[in-house]
Design a protein around this ligand. Structure first.
Ligand SMILES: [Zn+2]
Length: 281
């Protein structure tokens, strides 16, 4: 049966009063979760308002995720899938090294959470490398980069750069962001002794298609229903998409400072765009 058909019938029966109300109670001990198998699975969703071509998805996905061994892909509806990997390395890469794109649409992978139905899982956050361009040399130090990174999202990792001293044409910070919110375009910095604010441009690596009118992922400008968004003079642009994954000759792996604030942090984002830095020489 088609997953959409199953979802429709389940909803109908939830609402129906004519169906029997007997509930089968399951004790926790009776529920045998195959933990080993579950640990090899991820739940994934393609963020697109219309249904994707599932055959093309199944065919292209192992290449997109750079899977070295085979994987099973089961559709659960609404562009949502369960992936079963036969290699933990493949599974961990899919989970940790995104964001991934299918036909330039965002594909979010998450760990399944116990008994949760994949349909009821929320796909609202991703980890993404953000490049900070036009950043003054004086800002290229760990504490200040942490402060700037927190304005974008929860910090997952800092890229120290090739020489380990954060120096480079731009800074790189991996952050967890909420994709239901507008992407930040810049950070406006007011540093002591500077007469003018410094604007740091934010460029995202592996950024899928997004709406240049409202700055959100998952729809195009034509489909945008944000009444406040300027559909003619777009405030956002293709410049926010990095041309390479780890530009400036920086590595995507191994050189970073792991600083995962996402474990128990409460998501916060300062929408004011203003960061005050004091004590800079
Ligand atoms: Zn929009």
């Amino acid at each position: 049966m088609d997953p959409e058909e199953i979802a429709r019938l389940v909803n109908e029966m939830k609402l129906s009063r004519s169906d029997p109300k007997e509930i089968v109670n399951l004790e926790e001990a009776e529920i045998r979760i195959e933990e080993e198998r579950l640990s090899r699975c991820l739940v994934a969703k393609v963020l697109l308002s219309k249904a994707i071509n599932r055959d093309a998805f199944r065919q292209q996905l192992p290449r997109i995720l750079q899977a070295e061994r085979r994987m099973n892909i089961e559709a659960t509806g609404d562009n949502t899938f369960v992936f079963e990997f036969y290699s933990i390395r493949d599974r961990n890469r899919a989970l940790n090294e995104g964001p991934w794109n299918f036909s330039r649409n965002l594909l979010i992978c998450k760990e399944p959470t116990g008994l949760n139905n994949p349909r009821s899982m929320l796909f609202e956050e991703i980890n993404i490398w953000v490049q900070l361009h036009n950043i003054p040399l004086a800002f290229l130090q760990k504490d200040l980069l942490m402060k700037l990174g927190r304005q974008i999202g929860q910090i997952v990792e800092l890229d120290r750069g090739e020489n380990g001293a954060f120096l480079g044409r731009f800074a790189r910070i991996r952050v967890r962001i909420n994709i239901t919110k507008q992407l930040r375009k810049c950070l406006r910095i007011s540093a002591m002794r500077d007469e003018e604010d410094t604007i740091i441009l934010l460029v995202y690596e592996r950024l899928p298609d997004f709406c240049y009118a409202c700055g959100r992922l998952g729809h195009s400008c034509r489909e945008c229903d944000d009444e406040d968004a300027d559909k003619v003079n777009h405030s956002f642009g293709v410049w926010m998409r990095a041309s390479s994954h780890a530009g400036g000759g920086r590595s995507n792996r191994g050189s970073g400072v792991k600083h995962d604030e996402t474990k128990n942090a409460v998501p916060t984002q300062d929408e004011s765009g203003q960061t005050k830095l004091t004590g800079l020489d």
